[in-house]
Design a binder for this molecule. Structure first.
Ligand code: PLP
Length: 428
């Protein structure tokens, strides 16, 4: 399937090129030139299919001309290898649990799929690929875990020394092998600047094959559409329409849902739930898109002031009126987030994380008794145990897979936020 740049529809590249490049040369994001359409019968007969089979059938529509059936099956087997169950909360409210992967957040789906697809695409180049990623915590751990042991790829994770949580740091620094943790004596912005400088350094880019594992990569987006389709399976035969409520930051998850709908998934609409970083909510309300600096909240993975996937949504819908027919959006404060974590726990015994809580608030605001609401629970609550413990006054249990890095040896290299240091390290 060819992909186009959101800034120039006429400029198309192969899916392979889109995955390797990440960002188009004109600064646009890649989107497939069309969304394959499944007929309604497909979605009402999903019952007999496993999550993997169904994911394969979707992926095949985009990749069959560039990846062999056997290869694609193995990529799916290695990446869609943990469940995404739908749990009933109460009445017409459900939680789609996307945290059963190795780093306990939905980003595992995208990172694992992308790592394996990229590994496949570079196989015949005979040149090692160096992935550079700057992280404030979560993206880095999903990428490190996803790319661990993928042949032909080295990952360099840059994180701000002393500014990520203890767990996050352990997740970044205990893999070893092809994962290299670089502890930068500076801020997240410094890490990002170093990565940008590397991409624009001619000597480095000519001597090394470098790429990014940024969340804007089309290979991270595509697999996220699989779990929307899989979740629909739970509601097949149900007459009530379905609305997904998506805790939103960079709008990747929301865009993946929209793509599933464009493929024919019978969803009534989406709700984009935002915290105080409500640039997108404001756009849906007013038609004006005004990016600004982000503010810190309890649902910190959604603290995004200039959501990059807006450009994709805009390209898919063309205008605000059509977008607002499919997408509602509401914004909530930290106080509301805390009291909702408590309310859900008291009423149902379910512990929801701060991001899911914002999603639940938005679904509850729309509350129509004739609709089934599916809230995307984007991370396991234990990743945000301090907030949850504060809201509930209980001690959270930490799951074994989060604890698995405990006691392993930390391996990292401390560098100054100076490009020359990074450069010589990469060249050696
Ligand atoms: C990344 C992330 C989000 C935001 O998702 P986007 O695709 O950027 O909108 C929400 N919740 C959690 C836990 C995340 O890690």
């Amino acid at each position: 399937m060819l992909c186009y740049s959101t800034r120039n529809k006429k400029k198309t590249v192969t899916f392979k090129e889109a995955v390797i490049k990440g960002l188009a040369e004109d600064g646009g994001l890649y989107l497939p030139i069309k969304f394959p359409k499944f007929d309604p019968g497909y979605f009402s007969s999903l019952d007999a299919k496993s999550f993997r089979e169904m994911s394969f059938e979707i992926a095949e529509q985009y990749l069959s001309d560039e990846v062999s059936t056997i290869e694609l099956e193995s990529i799916i087997d290695d990446s869609i290898n943990f469940p995404a169950p739908v749990k009933h909360l109460h009445e017409n409210f459900f939680s789609l649990e996307l945290f059963h992967g190795p780093t306990l957040a939905f980003k595992d789906f995208g990172a694992r799929f992308m790592a394996r697809l990229l590994g496949h695409f570079i196989k015949d180049t005979n040149r090692e690929l160096n992935i550079l990623v700057a992280t404030s915590g979560d993206t880095g751990s999903a990428v490190a875990s996803g790319f661990y042991n993928v042949e032909g790829i080295n990952v360099h994770v840059l994180y701000p020394k002393g500014r990520v949580s203890e767990f996050q740091e352990m997740q970044l620094t205990t893999y070893g092998g092809n994962i290299h943790a670089l502890e930068v004596e500076g801020s997240f912005d410094d890490c990002q600047k170093l990565v940008k400088a590397a991409f624009s350094d001619n000597e480095l880019t000519s001597r090394l094959n470098i790429s990014s594992a940024n969340s804007i990569n089309i290979a991270r987006l595509l697999p996220q559409s699989f779990y929307y389709v899989n979740a629909f399976k739970e509601f097949a035969g149900n007459k009530e329409p379905l609305i997904f409520s998506v805790p939103s930051g960079n709008l990747g998850n929301l865009t993946a849902g929209v793509i599933a709908k464009k493929m024919g998934l019978p969803v009534k609409s989406f709700i984009s739930a935002t915290n105080r970083n409500d640039v997108f909510t404001e756009y849906i309300d007013t038609g004006k898109f005004v990016p600004r600096a982000s503010v810190k909240t309890l649902s910190n993975a959604m603290d995004v002031g200039d959501p990059s996937n807006f450009e994709r949504l805009h390209s898919i819908y063309g205008n605000k009126r059509l977008m607002a027919e499919d997408i509602l959006s509401f914004t909530f404060s930290d106080e509301e987030t805390l009291s909702t974590i408590k309310e859900i726990y008291n009423n149902t015994g379910y512990i929801i994380d701060p991001h899911g809580a914002v999603g639940y608030l938005a679904a509850n605001k729309n509350a129509d008794p004739s609709v089934n609401y599916v809230v995307l629970e984007t991370a396991h609550y234990s990743k945000f145990h301090q907030t949850v413990e504060k809201a509930l006054n209980i001690k959270c249990e930490i799951p074994d897979r989060l604890k698995s890095c405990l006691g392993k040896e930390k391996q990292s290299t401390v560098i100054q936020p100076a490009f020359n240091e990074l450069k010589s390290l990469l060249l050696n």
